[in-house]
Design a protein around this ligand. Structure first.
Ligand SMILES: C[S@@+](CC[C@H](N)C(=O)[O-])C[C@H]1O[C@@H](n2cnc3c(N)ncnc32)[C@H](O)[C@@H]1O
Length: 285
């Protein structure tokens, strides 16, 4: 399709973002937009991503994007998840349902197993062919973690040390999924997240699930400065929570490599003792 369409630029941008997993030719054919216009929209998307200016352009797009969280909850219930308990349970279940819906159903996963391996147990319930490398840097947590793995005969290889060492010793496509359940700030864990995406450590269609706090605190260093520049700041704490969400979302896009390889599939806010957020990213190319 080479003829120019009658659609506005904004409409074309939207169509291209909504169908980011299709080829330029497929989008052109399906929506009657010229390949030139599709290419222009892709470039626009890449420039926005590079500048971290994605606040207005919601880019939580993917062929697998689930419009309604109800749909995820329904699947979680069908699979026998609790749908309640701690709010963290809901986040774990959400990671499990997304993993189930991805095309990657077996292989090695990266996770922070912690004392009770709750996330891994939730995942194994629906995807029994997964296995894990369970990372922990705290000696006492690690000891409990090893005990749980042995007691419950879980397919988890424990690793005592820092995540970045495992990541840097991994080739691209090594992991089926990565569960970067930091529960910390994104700016403090940016090296790990960036390294993972820049080096394509997750297989195509695999997930990178990240939990982060919706912090209103200040930090320091290069990553904090970059994060701070991804959204506004106010003296009102509630405004700041919203700004933090904007910053987190834009910051994650900044950490992604250029070329639309990764999409932010889901954002799920939860709170037990503090305000947290789960980000589910999928590698689509
Ligand atoms: C939030 S907990 C994991 C919770 C667990 N996935 C669950 O579902 O209950 C995070 C754990 O990872 C460890 N951790 C965080 N960042 C790490 C890093 N960069 N390297 C190694 N361990 C890390 C922390 O010590 C902590 O025990």
């Amino acid at each position: 399709m080479s003829a120019k369409s009658d659609l506005t630029k904004e409409k074309i941008y939207q169509i291209v973002f909504d169908n980011i997993t299709l080829t330029t030719y497929e989008i052109s054919e399906k929506f009657g937009i010229s390949t030139r216009e599709v290419g222009g929209a892709r470039r626009h998307h890449t420039i926005l991503q590079k500048n971290g200016g994605l606040v207005k352009e919601k880019i939580t797009h993917s062929k697998k994007r689930l419009e309604k969280s109800d749909e995820l909850v329904k699947i979680a219930k069908e699979k026998g998840f609790s749908g309640g308990g701690e709010k963290k349970d809901l986040a774990r279940e959400r990671m499990s349902v997304h993993s189930l819906l991805s095309d990657v159903k077996n292989g090695l996963c990266f996770s922070f197993t912690h004392r009770k391996a709750e996330l891994e147990k939730s995942l194994l319930k629906v995807l029994p062919d997964l296995n894990f490398i369970g990372i922990e840097c705290d000696k006492w947590v690690y000891k409990d973690m090893v005990r749980t793995i042995k007691k419950d005969s879980l397919p988890i290889k424990p690793y005592f040390g820092y995540a970045i060492d495992v990541l840097k010793n991994s080739n691209s496509d090594r992991f089926a999924h990565l569960y970067l359940d930091f529960c910390g700030t994104l700016f403090n864990n940016a090296d790990d997240i960036q390294y993972t995406m820049q080096n394509d450590l997750v297989q195509k269609n695999g997930l990178i699930c990240i939990t982060a706090c919706r912090t209103t605190r200040v930090g320091k260093g290069r990553w904090f400065d970059e994060w701070k520049n991804c959204g506004g700041f106010s003296t009102n704490i509630e405004d700041n929570r919203t700004y933090c969400d904007q910053r987190n979302e834009n910051f994650l896009h900044k950490l992604m490599p250029l070329g639309c390889k990764y999409v932010l599939l889901d954002i799920f806010k939860y709170r037990d003792t503090s305000d947290m957020c789960l980000y589910v990213i999928q590698r689509i190319r």
